[in-house]
Design a protein around this ligand. Structure first.
Ligand code: SF4
Length: 138
């Protein structure tokens, strides 16, 4: 099982936009649940934007990078690409028919839907061949 911010090379990392809107908060909740479930380790998107060297290095060495965005502004994916870290799996909450709105409506049900989408995409998604890759984060 991956652990946030303390895993090894070749792990599966998940980044979320953690936006203020319901869909952004849902994206982050899905990242937390994926970490709890052992499918991926939640990592700090803000640390990539801040260009923290150790966070960039760990992201560079990831076996797989997942980005979950709350809406079609794709802030998380854009930050990662700007940092030179292309994503392997990109899930957008509003693409799943969940609206971007201020209220918390069905966060548990909707979170399960986002987690299921990531799990579906993880199946059959080969690990990124990276230097020094030793293990999957699963
Ligand atoms: S992707 Fe959408 S919800 Fe997420 S931070 Fe950007 S604008 Fe906010």
């Amino acid at each position: 099982m991956s652990t946030p911010c303390c895993g090894g090379i070749g792990e599966t990392l998940v980044f979320t936009c953690a936006g203020a809107a319901y869909s952004g908060q849902l994206a982050n909740r899905a990242g937390v649940d994926l970490t709890k479930g052992g499918q991926a380790g939640l990592f700090c998107i803000a640390a990539l934007a801040a260009e923290l060297p150790e966070k960039l290095e760990r992201t560079r060495n990831a076996g797989k990078r997942i980005a979950i965005d709350g809406c079609d502004n794709h802030c998380c994916r854009k930050i990662m690409e700007k940092a030179g870290m292309p994503v392997d799996i990109h899930v957008v909450v509003t693409d799943l028919g969940i609206e971007k709105q201020p209220q918390e409506l069905h966060i548990l049900v909707h979170t399960k839907r986002v987690v299921a989408e990531v799990e579906n995409r993880l199946e059959g998604s080969p690990a990124r061949p990276s230097a020094g890759q030793h293990k999957s984060g699963k």
